[in-house]
Design a protein around this ligand. Structure first.
Ligand code: MD3
Ligand code: FE
Length: 206
């Protein structure tokens, strides 16, 4: 089924459960090529989440700011290709939520260990704000924090389980969101870890 979390935000619970095992295996091959790393914030702190990317562009952060890079700054090589099955899955999921023709350029891979968190933020490093972001949760459950367009808007807490998909488009595309510190837990396929994939269009489609 589909549930609306906000204007343009579609929740597809368990929609990626059939792909769980294959997605996790593929993440491991990507991370073997472009390793997971704890990026620096522009303010000089470290993210508690470890990240990597695949696709023609990858999200990166350091003292100079947040941006997309076409070469992995850690390896000096292109990011690993975004697997065709992933692009197809992201397109299908976007379509189910009412967004036709979604072609992701980047997939950001987030890895949460127990205690790792992501503070309230907006995703605004993409030019293609009319394109949605497709997110897939895998592994240990997390508490997703979902606010509004203003940082001070009330925050809802939504549990995200392995296989859950959310498509964030429309007005929700610029809503503040975050992840509460990950509770120690176990998942048969990931152990104590939680993974999150976000498929993104960065440059406007022509
Ligand atoms: C709502 N990741 O990578 S995914 C991120 O679980 C990020 O790792 C979280 O926030 C995670 O930027 C949350 C859900 C998500 C992703 C993008 C959004 C929600 C969003 C963009 C706009 C609004
Ligand atoms: Fe985000």
């Amino acid at each position: 089924q589909t549930e609306t979390l906000g204007p343009g935000a579609a929740f597809l619970p368990g929609r990626a459960l059939d792909q769980e095992r294959s997605l996790i295996e593929t993440i491991e091959t990507i991370a073997a090529f472009s390793p997971l790393r704890r990026l620096q914030t522009p303010g000089g702190r470290q993210f508690s989440v470890r990240m990597t990317n695949c696709g023609e562009l990858g999200w990166h952060s350091d003292r100079s700011g947040y941006r997309y890079e076409s070469v992995d700054p850690l390896t000096g090589k292109d990011w690993p290709d975004l697997p065709q099955e992933w692009a197809r899955l992201a397109r299908d999921l976007a379509q189910e939520a009412g967004f036709d023709g979604f072609t992701p350029q980047a997939c950001l891979i987030n890895c949460y260990e127990p205690g790792a968190r992501m503070g309230l933020h907006q995703d605004r490093d993409e030019e293609a704000l009319e394109s949605p972001i497709v997110s897939i949760s895998l592994g240990v459950p997390a508490l997703f924090l979902f606010g509004g367009v203003a940082r001070t808007d009330a925050v809802r807490k939504i549990p995200l389980l392995s296989g859950d998909v959310v498509v964030w488009g429309g007005r929700s595309r610029l809503f503040y969101h975050g992840i509460a510190p990950l509770k120690p837990d176990m998942h048969p396929l990931t152990g104590a870890l939680r993974w999150n994939l976000t498929f993104r269009r960065v440059r406007a489609q022509d």
